[in-house]
Design a protein around this ligand. Structure first.
Ligand code: BGC
Length: 769
């Protein structure tokens, strides 16, 4: 391999598989030696750099193929040659990336390679379910596999940095970006964060098929007031530490190489210039060693936040611990002036520059800036094998929300009315954030059903309704060309076609819900019903008295109270990705028995939001019997959600025994074993996610009513029984008290095991110190 920098100073990172065989002391010594080599290398390089070149490393630009704002950088080629750019995003494909990398490596004074990033969020070319759907899988092996495939495809196209995982806890489904995260639970969100980072970064970021993860958005972005995009976040420190920060910390502990700051304020200071967040918490408390990039033009946006002019906000961001400025070029255009005026120091610029160079070193880019650019790897992208893997992962993400009288699975002899704007549709199969994913290559539901059903099924297809008939809404959804295509036929004509199709059929399958651009960034909604045009169609179909199955596409929990009452079955498929139609058909016809469980509570009405299972009790708790005066409830609706966190049905049924405890009194660091017997009481083989929650009824602060602490996913044949056990230690009892000390307090704990957060079997223990 051609060496681009002096390899005497470049270490070979020991792969983790070797590392685990070595005693820990040796691993630590090796890491120290690697770090020492990296420091020597980076110090040597920085010794040759001018201040301008150092500031250049802090500048991340987009060439324009993928932007979320109005700004696209100008004069990129010249700037790269001058050493004024450290990284580029929005460029992929081996040839394109090579061309741009050549500008830096062959034409800049110090030949420092660029880092190439992209929003690879749920797959690169092979698209997996949107992250909220992915989180319904409850299988960390599959989640990690999706990140590994994404990393392999991204590196095959020259990328080495992905802006994922998005680990923002979200409890407000009005917020469109709830689709990009793993739902509402801090512990579960942390498990996914870890699996994703491990999948992306592999055993070493130097590997040709590994990318550096970028954990976002640090921090609390999902707490936006009223679910309105980019809005203010304001919450107590206890809530931050207990409920919102854990997934970021889990990603860091898994070795994530970089973080992205969020657009919002935290304690009144925008995260992008928040020293407490970026330095005190991230680096001093948690020990983060990587680099922090801003979100898209977030440095500049601090002017609108009211923190000063561009020079001022850029200096504030650098001083707070921000290392790289995405797109806005505030660092590039003002830091030198701030240095001359004593507003920032050489040390602060050096520190940020060092962190960016270290990231490039850890990726092996100084060894070989072209390490993953290999035209022969183009065939590794969107292969029959990755499609098969995507189909498997997608079907694991579907959640059966209702299945009255075994309406599903469908018989492979039925005549089916397949209706709805998402039934014969490729565009909306992939969901939000699919920069390099090609929707034309996705499998529609109609195609999938034809592929799976066999020749004895009759399909009567009709579109039935447009996504929406609201022209203003359509205009907003069409921020990219052709995102929502509208059938010009009048709504009543479309509807009649669907009714006619239904009349000739045994069963109606209505494929409805949200189109691609209805969730994701800048897609907040105040009304989270299925749009009116589609709901009207459902209402007409329901009148026919035939079995009505809803296949629901959604980037967020929707309010489905009407649908839950009137449809016979509801299968939530989120936005399943490239293999959408095949995976949906696998489940509709029972070739796979669904086992997904929701990770964000589905409200009955938008008025219940924010709604989440791990809330506090209050002093006047709701008694579960319906609204009553002088209790913490609404007068007009129950407090209960429509579908609680962890909920999801199967074609079979599962019976749970009472909880068995190894002891009822424990002391100090003892371990408790809690178990249940789970029996498949139905007719189909199936999988069940057995969930463990713990409540701490008496403590020095008011605790959540329960918290998820563990789960196990098991498979059972009809009639089969398995014992499922969880080991519980004081670690699972810890929480942040009012001094922000993370500890547990002696007393009673209620151990709860069950099929979802609202349906558990309980047992009580006393645990003393
Ligand atoms: C989003 C980030 C994304 C970035 C780059 C921003 O608008 O908030 O999640 O990584 O754009 O595309």
């Amino acid at each position: 391999m051609k060496k681009y920098f002096s390899t005497r100073l470049v270490s070979k990172a020991i792969p983790l598989c070797v590392a685990v065989l070595l005693p820990l002391s040796k691993v630590a010594a090796q890491t120290k030696a690697d770090d020492a080599k990296m420091n020597t290398f980076v110090t040597g390089l920085m010794g040759k750099m001018t201040v301008d070149e150092k500031i250049g490393q802090l500048n991340l630009v987009t060439i324009g193929a993928a932007t979320t704002g109005s700004v696209v950088n100008k004069g990129v080629e010249e700037k790269i040659k001058k050493g004024s750019i450290g990284g580029v995003f929005g460029v992929w494909g081996a040839d394109r990336v090579k061309e741009v990398q050549d500008l830096a490596v062959k034409n800049s004074r110090l030949h420092i390679p660029l880092i190439f990033g992209l929003d690879v969020i749920h797959g690169h070319r092979t698209i997996f379910p949107i992250p909220l759907g992915m989180s319904a899988v409850w299988d960390m092996g599959l989640i990690k596999q999706s990140a590994q495939i994404a990393a392999k495809e991204a590196t095959a196209e020259g990328l080495n940095w992905v802006y994922s995982p998005m680990v923002d806890i979200a409890r407000d489904p009005r917020w469109g970006r709830i689709s990009e995260g793993s739902g509402e639970d801090p512990w579960y969100g942390g498990q996914i964060a870890k699996a994703m980072v491990q999948g992306y970064q592999g055993s070493s970021m130097k590997n040709a098929d590994a990318v550096m993860a970028c954990v976002k958005h640090f921090a609390l972005y999902g707490g936006a007031e009223a679910g309105r995009e980019y809005n203010t976040v304001d919450m107590s420190r206890i809530k931050m530490y207990q409920d919102y920060l854990p997934p970021y910390k889990a990603a860091l502990d898994a070795g994530a190489g970089s973080f992205m700051s969020s657009f919002n304020t935290v304690d009144g200071v925008p995260a992008t210039a928040n020293q407490w967040l970026l330095t005190d918490v991230l680096r001093k408390q948690w020990g983060f060693k990587g680099f922090v990039v801003s979100d898209y033009t977030a440095v500049n946006e601090m002017i609108a936040h009211g923190l000063g002019d561009l020079q001022m906000v850029s200096a504030l961001a650098l001083k707070a611990g921000l290392d790289m400025d995405m797109v806005g070029e505030g660092f590039l255009t003002t830091l030198k002036k701030s240095l001359a005026e004593g507003k920032v120091t050489n040390q602060e610029i050096d520190l940020a520059c060092r962190r960016v160079l270290e990231a490039k070193y850890k990726l092996g880019l100084f060894d070989n800036p072209y390490k993953s650019i290999d035209a022969s790897r183009a065939k590794e992208v969107l292969t029959p094998e990755t499609r098969a893997q995507a189909r498997n992962i997608s079907k694991h993400s579907f959640v059966l929300l209702k299945n009255e009288a075994q309406t599903l699975p469908l018989k492979k002899t039925a005549s089916i009315a397949l209706v709805g704007p998402l039934a014969d549709n490729h565009r909306d199969m992939l969901g939000t954030w699919v920069i390099a994913g090609e929707w034309e290559k996705s499998v529609s539901v109609l195609e999938g059903i034809k592929n799976v059903a066999g020749s004895n099924v009759t399909i009567n297809y009709a579109k039935g309704a447009n996504i929406t008939e609201d022209s203003l809404f359509i205009k907003r959804l069409n921020f990219g060309p052709g995102m929502v295509s509208v059938d010009p036929k009048p709504a009543d004509v479309l509807l009649k076609e669907a009714v006619d199709a239904a009349k000739k059929s045994d069963v109606i399958v209505a494929v409805v819900g949200e189109s691609q651009s209805m969730s994701g960034e800048s897609s907040s909604r105040s009304d989270i019903d299925i749009p009116e045009s589609q709901k009207n169609m459902l209402k007409e179909l329901a009148k026919l008295g035939k079995p009505l199955v809803i296949v629901l596409f959604n980037g967020r929990p929707l309010t489905l109270t009407w649908e839950d009452t009137h449809a016979n079955a509801i299968l939530d498929v989120w936005a399943p990705g490239t293999e959408a139609g095949n995976a949906i058909a696998d489940v509709l016809f029972g070739d796979y028995n669904p086992a997904g469980k929701i990770t964000a509570t589905f409200p009955r009405s938008v008025g219940q939001i924010p709604i989440y299972y791990n809330h506090k009790n209050t002093g006047r708790p709701y008694d579960g019997k319906g609204p009553s005066k002088f209790k913490s409830n609404y007068l007009d609706i129950s407090n209960d959600p429509l579908y609680p966190f962890g909920y999801g049905l199967s074609y079979t049924t599962f019976g749970y025994s009472d909880v068995k405890l190894s002891k009822s009194k424990l002391k100090g660091n003892e371990t408790l074993t809690a178990s249940v017997n789970v029996t498949n009481t139905g007719k189909y083989a199936g999988e069940e996610v057995v969930q463990l929650y713990i409540s701490d009824p008496v403590a020095s602060i008011s605790r959540s009513v329960k918290e998820l602490k563990n789960f196990k996913k098991i498979s059972l044949q009809p009639g089969e029984q398995k014992e499922v056990s969880f080991n519980i230690t004081p670690e699972e009892l810890k929480f942040y008290n009012s001094q922000l000390k993370y500890d547990w307090e002696a007393g009673e704990f209620i151990i709860q095991i069950g099929t979802n957060s609202a349906d558990t079997h309980t047992a009580s223990v006393q645990w003393s110190k």
